[in-house]
Design a protein around this ligand. Structure first.
Ligand code: MG
Length: 372
């Protein structure tokens, strides 16, 4: 799937893939405990991915093959006390769901080995020849077994370490495997495209947040040729005073984004007392706020900025402002709105002592616990 860390620890909708899957298993009635087989080098990633989850046994060290890893897990469970029925599930299938788990568990009452299957609907072709798909199934997990049945299969076939599923081992020894209906949604996440699909399926588990921002900067007495507004240098004989580039529009927008994720204000993250930000391009602040949104699995849906001033005239520069912000945030221009108004010569903006800006940011985030 790409990425710097193994796919099961990569975030999907703000949470590691493994955590989604383990949570889905824990939600199933009748599951006494969950044991995860991991690569020993991934222990820190594992502990952070599952922190706080109940009924998790200590992780078990995996082997070079999938089959070997399951064998290690079975050994551990035997020592742990062994349950009569066990389920073997793939960490990359977060959508198995309680119904599918329930079908597998129920079938174990009368069968020693159970696997979900799906009929294959796509046309199959090999080396240019279409294959008759009659009787061809796609086999999924969770697969369920009576403990002794699967332990015995693994012991018998330990030297033949290339089985891609456990029910296949029972079949290879002449055992019977009961098939139950799988689920189309129970797909295995293996490619970046699968990850996109998973995030879309989790769309219902997202919430919308809004944040508001407001800022004012006074005009400087020094002569100037430009004033910087929403990332654009507008020809004007006055500029705004400030520690950074004093881009009042971007400051309001940055505060709006920070507000939507409850992360304080621009002064906390980029204190004016820090010489690092002297003369800084305020687009840096906006980009950092956007990065904080992404870090939480969030996305910016829309930013609406209103500039409040008598002059300079904003409307001729609006398209350039939209483009500047949209390209900095890598979003569609339609997600950025710039408006301008005057205060009818009233107040400090009316007297042209400074410019004010307000902004509203709308974002989506993975659902947060703890309703008011
Ligand atoms: Mg400011």
């Amino acid at each position: 799937m790409g990425g710097e860390i193994p796919k099961q620890y990569q975030n999907i909708n703000g949470k590691p893939l493994l955590r989604h899957t383990v949570e889905s298993v824990l939600h199933c009635a009748g599951v006494a405990a969950v044991c995860v087989v991991i690569h020993p080098q991934d222990e820190a990633l594992y502990r952070s991915a599952v922190s706080g989850l109940p009924r998790l046994l200590e992780p078990v060290e995996g082997a070079a093959t999938r089959q070997g890893s399951v064998y290690n897990g079975l050994h551990f469970l035997k020592k742990w006390g062994g349950e009569q029925k066990i389920l073997i599930h793939d960490a990359a299938r977060p959508f198995a769901g309680a119904d599918l788990f329930g079908r597998v568990i129920a079938a174990l009452d009368t069968h020693e080995a159970v696997t979900p299957r799906l009929p294959v609907c796509d046309t199959l072709r090999k080396n240019g020849k279409t294959i008759d798909r009659t009787g061809i199934s796609a086999i999924q997990t969770p697969q369920g077994f009576h403990f002794d049945t699967i332990m015995n299969a693994h012991e018998e076939l330990a030297k033949q370490g290339d089985f891609t599923d456990d029910a296949g081992m029972v079949l290879a020894l002449g055992g019977k495997v009961q098939e139950v209906e799988g689920a189309r949604t129970n797909f295995k996440i293996t490619s970046p495209g699968d990850k996109d699909m998973a995030e879309r399926m989790m769309e219902g588990q997202r919430e919308t947040r809004t944040g508001i921002g407001f800022d004012v900067h006074r005009f400087s007495d020094a002569p100037a040729r430009h004033v910087r507004l929403c990332g654009v240098d507008i020809p004007y004989n006055r500029k705004l005073e400030g520690h950074s580039d004093a881009d009042v529009g971007l400051h309001a927008a940055t505060d709006a984004i920070l507000g939507a994720i409850g992360q304080g204000d621009i002064g906390i993250h980029f204190p004016p007392s820090d010489p690092k930000w002297k003369g800084a391009d305020s687009m840096l602040f906006l980009k950092e706020a956007a990065r904080m949104v992404r870090e939480r699995g969030g996305r910016i849906i829309h930013i609406d900025i209103t500039l409040i001033c008598e002059a300079p005239k904003i409307s001729p520069h609006r398209p350039a402002m939209v483009t500047a912000i949209a390209s900095a945030l890598h979003c569609a221009p339609g997600r950025i709105s710039i408006k301008a108004t005057t205060t009818e010569k009233l107040g400090f903006t009316g007297r042209e002592e400074g410019i004010a800006a307000q902004a509203v940011a709308t974002i989506t985030l993975p659902v947060q616990d703890g309703w008011a």
